[in-house]
Design a protein around this ligand. Structure first.
Ligand code: PMP
Length: 360
């Protein structure tokens, strides 16, 4: 087998090795069924048991109250950008958006197709390197949308936005930090996340949505774009992404075995903490995100010299540190260290960076 290298990809991203090993076995036969996981009918008992366990573990890990539905959808987080306003925003209504990166901007673009958008705050003036503290909400927004972790810029909200009308519900694109720390689901109307960073492979989107909102959604939309369709059929209205749901179930088991969301938070604080500590002490590398807004998941840094960045990336790649190149809109480097990224990989990176710094 090919040796695995340190994979800092922003997504699809590294998965726990034990999960991949178990999945490898089950590709040929799910348990003793004699049929591989990708070959089982989604309506058969073995897969239904997988889907039920995935939902039960998701509820247990995040303490999801009974008045919320857990849905496994397709189309990525990008489909949620449109599906949310399509369901909840009428032409004469306003939704409030916190603009903290290009994913937030993409969400805004979709919402504008359906109603009015009010910008609560924006950090675009500094290329999104911080989470704004000054916020101005509109008087009666239908909902308030934010992106809890900004994958490209390496910034993250320390806590949920607050202070808006209590008639509005809170929506979170949590694609790049879902389940990285404990979450109080009762503060939200909708939480959504593409699975491919913290939860599994691409192709499945987790949506946690409050029951009353499922009921309120626009009933004149095509069936697949109504939350009620998926809620009424336990995400099995059509063929769901069975392999993605299966892998997510294994990742949930892994999270549970590693201390749940509190365990993930400790792990993530320790991993990101040591990397930022080194960056703060380095005379070659500088972190790009504002200190108070730093992400536990995506650590962005530069040398300040494009040639040195390129030399670093080339050497890193040659030595088995892959996908460290920053997003093209920021440049430099980005180490994505989601839940499953091993602590030893962060140690190895720091040691490699120290050696590079010593010879640069
Ligand atoms: N939101 C955030 C914060 C993301 O990081 C991404 C993907 N990188 C998306 C949305 C888009 O997700 P998808 O590709 O699943 O549509």
């Amino acid at each position: 087998m090919t040796d695995r290298i340190w994979n800092f990809s922003a997504g699809p991203a590294v998965l726990p090795e034990s999960v991949l090993e178990e999945a490898r076995e089950n590709l040929l036969s799910l348990g003793d069924t004699g049929v591989g996981i990708c070959e089982h009918s989604h309506r058969g008992k073995p897969f239904v048991a997988v889907a039920e366990e995935a939902e039960a573990l998701c509820r247990e890990l995040a303490g999801i109250p009974d008045n919320y539905k857990v849905l496994f959808l397709q189309g990525g987080a990008s489909t949620q950008f449109g599906m949310i306003p399509m369901n909840f925003l009428a032409k004469d209504q306003t939704a409030d958006y916190l603009v903290t990166g290009s994913w937030s901007k993409k969400a805004v673009k979709e919402a504008k197709l359906f109603g009015n958008v009010h910008t609560v705050c924006s950090s675009e003036d500094k290329n999104f390197n911080y989470i704004p503290t000054d916020k101005t909400y509109s008087d009666s927004p239908r909902y308030v949308h934010f992106t809890s972790n900004n994958t490209i810029y390496g910034t993250q909200f320390a806590s949920e936005p607050a202070g808006f009308s209590n008639e509005a519900f809170l929506v979170n694109d949590s694609s790049s930090d879902i389940f990285c720390r404990p979450i109080d689901v009762s503060k939200y109307g909708i939480i959504y996340a593409g699975a491919q960073k913290n939860l599994g492979p691409s192709g499945v989107t987790l949506v946690i949505i409050r029951d009353d909102l499922v009921e309120q959604g626009n009933s004149e939309l095509t069936s697949m774009l109504q939350y009620r369709t998926h809620a009424a059929s336990d995400s099995m209205y059509n063929t769901p992404p069975t392999f993605g749901i299966y892998l997510m179930m294994l990742v949930f088991r892994w999270i549970k075995a590693n201390g749940g969301l509190a365990g993930m938070h400790e792990r993530n604080k320790a991993k990101a903490g040591k990397l930022y500590e080194y960056l703060d002490s380095s005379s070659l590398f500088q972190p790009t995100a504002d200190k108070a807004s730093r992400s536990l998941m995506n650590v962005c840094f530069v040398t300040g010299d494009a040639d040195k960045d390129a030399a670093f990336l080339k050497k890193a790649d040659a030595e088995g540190f892959s996908a460290l190149k920053g997003h093209r809109s920021v440049g430099g480097m980005r180490a994505s260290i989601y839940n499953a990224f091993p602590s030893e990989g962060v140690d190895a990176l720091i040691s490699f960076m120290k050696d590079f710094e010593a010879t640069a």
